[in-house]
Design a binder for this molecule. Structure first.
Ligand code: SAM
Length: 447
């Protein structure tokens, strides 16, 4: 049952169209995925249809049990609500691929993986999540996506405004909201909704925006989005940003056939008009003025341990283009991160709580370095550097449950295991047993 106040509010906002929205909220939600360029085709049978505003987005006619598909765990696609893929349109129109982008409210990482893909090898993404329980799934999804162009941080928005002034070309604030767009996916969203929640959300959204605002360069692009319908958290906030923080609202080109509704400020996806859930999006350009460009200078150096020449040579041999990656050892671990953004990333590691930086390359085991699991997920891995073993579906699932692999006559030593040719991780056959090196915290449970 929809809350009465919500019904009144939407009747005022949508007039004669409101009953269509209420009817749509009683229908089954739509399932969609966005493909990673790790694969060309899905490993399961499905009727698929293209999401018109994202070239890698697909609707599925039925929701499969994704947990049973090893390629899901290998980051070959992200199960992402179609409407939220619309931020691609704002990126294509206003943000260059060389940009430094901050995704301020990033977990679980749907939009971060999209931005990471958009930026590719040139740009840098900082994906931040302030809620501790949510930051690890963000980091996991980023590692699985495998681009290595992302730093995952766990800090309050205000720290960005304080120590990263004018650093970002683009900032996405996909704000915590009252979640009206999730009503048909999540009963709890209906139970939690009230006008009081809406007002609390507006206050929180404005404080997030103003706390982080100084981190965006003058002339930089703010993408503000929510998964709610009401104008208080959407248009009124966009107009407040324009007026109080100083920005111009931008128009985003959309095909009229998509059914997206342009409002006085920004764009709505309403589920009675669009094949997707409720979503709101507004792009703004921060007013231009003279400014001191951000220089990542600090007297502090990020903690590190020197890497010996032999170890460096070994771990670089696991990378396709080793010169593209800066390496840093901390305790037993070596991390690889984009050389072209080294100074900025080193600076961030002195100021922020960085949960992951680029990707985990190697881990000291005994006297030697062994590859970390993240290397198997990374597109930078030189696959020929490792002996490979293609697994059946049953064995791939056993591997993902961290079980011993029931395969006779395995070659000895370290093996990269694959499914449909895509790396899933590593095992080490020591003769008497075969150690499964899949991260315990990522293993499939309850199946
Ligand atoms: N962008 C994410 C995605 O596409 O997967 C979804 C983000 S969700 C709409 C909003 C996020 O904001 C949540 O992860 C939530 O934990 C976080 N959040 C909650 N309170 C916050 C605050 N005060 N400041 C910043 N982020 C906050």
């Amino acid at each position: 049952m929809l809350p009465v106040e919500f019904i009144d509010m939407m009747q005022q906002q949508l007039g004669a169209q409101a009953p269509n929205l209420f009817h749509a909220l009683e229908q089954e939600p739509v399932t969609s995925i966005r493909l990673n360029d790790k694969i060309d085709e899905l490993s399961f049978d499905a009727d698929i249809d293209e999401v018109p505003w994202h070239y890698e987005g697909y609707y599925l006619s039925e929701r499969p049990q994704f947990t049973l598909d090893p390629l899901f765990h290998a980051g070959c696609y992200y199960v992402q609500e179609a409407s939220s893929m619309l931020i691609q349109r704002a990126l294509e129109q206003y943000v260059s691929e060389q940009s430094i982008v901050l995704d301020l409210c990033a977990a679980p990482g749907g939009k971060s993986t999209l931005i990471s893909q958009y930026l590719g090898a040139q740009g840098l993404l900082v994906a931040n999540e302030v809620v501790r329980q949510r930051v690890f799934i963000l980091s996991e999804n980023i590692q699985k996506w495998g681009n290595g162009n992302t730093v995952v941080t766990h800090n309050a928005p205000s720290l960005f405004g304080q120590v990263m002034r004018n650093a970002f070309d683009c900032m996405l604030v996909d704000a915590p909201c009252s979640g009206e767009g999730m009503f048909r996916k999540d009963e709890q969203a209906i139970a939690d909704w009230s006008m009081r929640t809406v007002r609390t959300c507006v206050e929180r959204q404005r404080s997030i925006l103003s706390d982080a605002w100084d981190a965006l360069k003058p002339g930089g692009i703010l993408i503000y989005s929510t998964c709610t319908f009401n104008r208080h958290e959407n248009e009124e906030n966009a107009l407040w940003i324009a007026e109080e923080l100083g920005a111009d609202i931008l128009s985003i080109s959309m095909d009229p056939e998509w059914g997206i509704t342009e409002s006085i400020a920004g764009y709505h996806c309403y589920p009675h008009l669009v094949r997707g859930e409720g979503f709101y999006l507004c792009a703004l350009r921060k007013h231009k003025k003279d400014f001191a460009p951000f220089r990542p200078r600090t007297s502090k150096k990020p903690n590190s341990t020197p890497i010996t020449a032999d170890d460096r040579e070994l771990v670089r041999s696991w990378l396709c283009q080793p010169d593209e990656w800066a390496l840093r050892q901390l305790d037993r671990f070596i991390t690889a991160y984009p050389m072209r953004h080294k100074d900025l990333i080193d600076y961030m590691n002195t100021q922020f709580l960085c949960i992951s930086t680029g990707f985990g390359l190697a881990e000291e085991r005994g006297k030697h370095f062994a590859p970390q699991h993240s290397l198997a997920m990374s597109k930078a891995a030189r696959l020929e550097a490792f002996a490979q073993l293609e697994l059946s579906l049953d064995n791939a699932l056993a591997f993902l449950r961290t079980e011993a692999l029931p395969i006779p006559n395995l070659p000895l030593g370290l093996l990269m295991v694959t499914y449909h040719g895509v790396p899933l991780g590593f095992v080490k056959n020591v003769g008497s047993r075969c150690n499964n090196l899949y991260p315990n915290e990522w293993r499939i449970r309850n199946l």
